[in-house]
Ligand binder design. Structure first.
Ligand code: NAG
Ligand code: NAG
Ligand code: NAG
Ligand code: NAG
Length: 478
C-alpha cells in the first residue's frame, strides 16, 4: 500500500487546511485519495481513534553505549535477578558498573512498531504537519495513549490530539509491546541490550526519519513507511518515557525536538524505591502465552493491588480501570529498571537537558506515588498539590536550564497513570491549549520571516539546521 508514497505529495498542502479526511478505512489510510470537502468539524465525532489510524513498522539503525554491570545477574535464575534488582536499589551507590559496551555494531537494524493516526481535520491557525511522537512508560505500551484500548473516549489522548488537528505517532519502545523482537526475530537481552541509552539512540534515529520523510530514504536497512515529512516534532512522554530518555536525546541532539511534554516524570533522586519491590520476572506473573516466552530479565508487577497503589490515586474508576490495567500490563527489563541507579556519579550532569531551547511542559498528578508523594516523610505534607507543584517547578528549572519556556501543570486527585484518571480529559485539553499557543506564536515568527523582517530570521535558520542529513548517523555513539 505504500509502494508509491511519492504520489502523496501531489496533494497540495493547503488543501489540508480546509478539508477533511473522510475515509475511515483502516487498511489503507495513507492513500489519502478521498480528500474531499467533508462535514464541518463539529459534526465529526471528535474521538474516532479506530479510523484513520494504521500500524506501522519503522526500521532504524542505532548505536549506543550501554552500561556494563560489574556483577550482572544470572539471566536464567529468578532469584539472582531479584537479588540484583533489590541490591541495586539498596546500595547507596546503585549497582556497581564496569564501563560501557557498544550496542548496534555492524549496521544493526532495529524494528520499531508504532501506530500512526492522521488528524481529523486541519484547523486554521495551526501549521500543517506537526507530529506528536508519543512514548509510553515502563510496563505499558503505545495503547496507554488510547485509553489502554478499552474504548473510553475520556482517556483517549490520540483521539483528543487528532481532534485538535495533530498527526500522532504512538510507538512501542524496544523490548515493549510490538517492538519485542529483533530483526532476527529474537528476544532482546533484558540486561545488556534493552537499556535507556539504546532507547534514546533509537528515538533519535526515528526522529531523523520522521523529519526527512520517505523520499530520501537512507541507506539500506532503514525503512520509513510514513509518506510525510514532518518539520515539527513534539515529544510526549509518560513516566520512564518522559524522563531520562528524552533528556539524553536532547542533550546530544538539542534540535531533534520542537516541543517536549514530560508527563509523570520520574527522577532518580526522590524516586519511590518501594515500587521496585513489586517487580518480578513477568513469567512468574503469567506463564501462559502472554509472558511465558519472555526471558526472566523482563519484569512485571506481581500483584494488581500493588500496581494500583503505584499508579493510581485520588479519583478514578476503581471498579474497572486498575483491573484492566493489570490484566493488560506490559514489562520493563532489568537493564531499564536499574540503569538510572547505576549512574550515580554522572547523574547530576546527565540529568540536565542543557542546550535544548524549545518549549517544555511538565505535567504530573498531584498524588503520583512515584514522584510527587515520595519525598516528604510527613503525612500531612504528602499528596499535596502545593508541594507537588513546588517539586515540579524545581525540577523543571533544574532539568531544562536553556528551554525558552517551562510550564508546569498539576492534575488534582490524580496518580502516576494520569491519563486513566477522571481528570484525564481536562489535563489533555490543557496540554493541547498550551501546545496550540506555542505553535501559533511560532507561526507568527515564520510569517515575519516571510515578510522579510529580520531579527527572527536567525532563529528560523537555526531551526532549519535541525535537520542535518544522514551523513553523521554512522558515527552515532562511536
Ligand atoms: C551492592 O554492593 C555489594 C557490596 O558492596 C555488592 O556485593 C553488590 O554486588 C552490589 N550490588 C550490585 C547490584 O552491584
Ligand atoms: C571490567 O571489564 C574489563 C573489560 O572491559 C574486564 O577485563 C575486567 O575483568 C572487568 N572487571 C571485572 C571486575 O569484572
Ligand atoms: C511509594 O509507592 C507506594 C506504592 O508502590 C505507595 O504505597 C507509597 O505510599 C509510596 N511512598 C511514598 C512515600 O509516597
Ligand atoms: C499493549 O497493552 C495493551 C493494554 O494494556 C494490552 O492489552 C496489549 O496486549 C499490549 N500489546 C502488546 C503487543 O503487548
Amino acid at each position: 500500500m505504500l509502494s508509491n508514497p511519492s504520489s502523496i505529495f501531489l496533494i497540495p498542502l493547503f488543501l489540508l487546511h480546509l478539508t477533511f479526511f473522510t475515509t475511515p478505512t483502516i487498511s489503507s489510510p495513507l492513500h489519502l485519495h478521498p480528500i474531499a470537502a467533508g462535514p464541518p468539524p463539529q459534526r465529526l465525532s471528535p474521538h474516532t481513534s479506530a479510523s484513520g489510524c494504521t500500524p506501522l513498522t519503522f526500521l532504524v539503525r542505532a548505536t549506543a553505549l550501554n552500561t556494563v554491570f560489574l556483577h550482572p545477574p544470572d539471566p536464567l535464575s529468578a532469584s539472582s535477578i531479584l537479588s540484583f534488582l533489590h541490591s541495586s536499589y539498596s546500595n547507596s551507590t546503585g549497582p556497581l558498573t564496569n564501563g560501557t559496551h557498544l550496542i548496534g555494531r555492524g549496521n544493526r537494524v532495529f524494528p520499531l512498531h508504532a501506530t500512526y493516526c492522521r488528524p481529523l481535520f486541519h484547523p486554521p491557525g495551526l501549521p500543517p504537519r506537526t507530529l506528536q511522537v508519543l512514548v509510553h512508560g515502563a510496563t505499558y505500551n503505545q495503547t496507554i495513549w488510547s485509553g489502554l484500548g478499552l474504548g473510553h473516549n475520556d482517556y483517549d489522548w490520540m483521539g483528543m490530539a487528532r481532534a485538535r488537528g495533530y498527526h500522532v505517532l504512538a510507538i512501542d519502545l524496544l523490548g515493549h509491546g510490538g517492538s519485542s523482537f529483533s530483526s532476527s526475530s529474537k528476544q532482546y537481552d533484558g540486561v545488556t541490550e534493552i537499556q535507556p541509552p539504546l532507547q534514546s539512540s533509537v528515538l533519535h534515529s526515528l526522529v531523523r526519519l520522521l523529519r526527512h520523510g520517505p523520499i530520501n530514504a537512507p541507506r539500506k536497512g532503514w525503512r520509513n513507511p510514513l509518506p510525510y515529512r514532518f518539520p515539527r516534532i513534539v515529544y510526549v512522554g509518560h513516566g520512564y518515557g518522559s524522563a531520562g530518555l528524552v533528556v539524553s536525546l536532547v542533550r546530544r541532539y538539542p534540535r531533534d525536538l520542537d516541543g517536549v511534554f514530560q508527563t509523570s516524570p520520574i527522577e532518580r533522586s526522590g524516586f519511590n524505591k518501594s515500587v521496585v519491590r513489586n517487580l518480578v520476572p513477568a513469567r512468574m506473573v503469567d506463564g501462559s502465552e502472554r509472558f511465558g516466552h519472555l526471558p526472566l530479565t523482563y519484569l512485571a508487577f506481581r500483584d494488581g493491588k500493588e500496581r494500583e497503589k503505584a499508579f493510581y490515586a485520588g479519583f478514578y474508576d476503581t471498579a474497572s480501570i486498575p483491573g484492566e490495567d493489570f490484566r493488560g500490563q506490559g514489562t520493563v527489563t532489568v537493564g531499564e529498571a536499574v540503569y538510572y541507579h547505576a549512574m550515580e556519579t554522572r547523574e547530576e550532569e546527565e540529568g540536565v537537558a542543557r542546550g535544548y531551547r524549545g518549549p517544555v511542559m511538565v505535567v504530573s498528578g498531584e498524588r503520583d506515588a512515584l514522584f510527587c508523594a515520595s519525598q516528604s516523610g510527613r503525612d500531612d505534607d504528602r499528596n499535596e498539590r502545593g508541594s507537588c507543584k513546588k517539586k515540579l517547578v524545581e525540577m523543571g528549572k533544574r532539568v531544562w536550564p536553556d528551554a525558552k519556556k517551562v510550564e508546569v501543570y498539576v492534575a488534582r486527585e490524580t496518580g502516576h497513570t494520569w491519563m486513566m484518571h477522571y481528570s484525564a480529559k481536562i489535563t489533555m485539553w490543557r496540554i493541547h491549549n498550551w501546545l496550540d499557543g506555542v505553535f501559533r506564536r511560532k507561526m507568527k515568527d515564520e510569517e515575519m520571516v516571510d515578510g522579510g523582517k529580520d531579527g527572527k530570521l536567525g532563529k528560523l535558520v537555526m531551526q532549519d539546521e535541525a535537520w542535518d542529513g544522514y551523513d553523521r548517523i554512522e558515527l552515532d555513539g562511536e
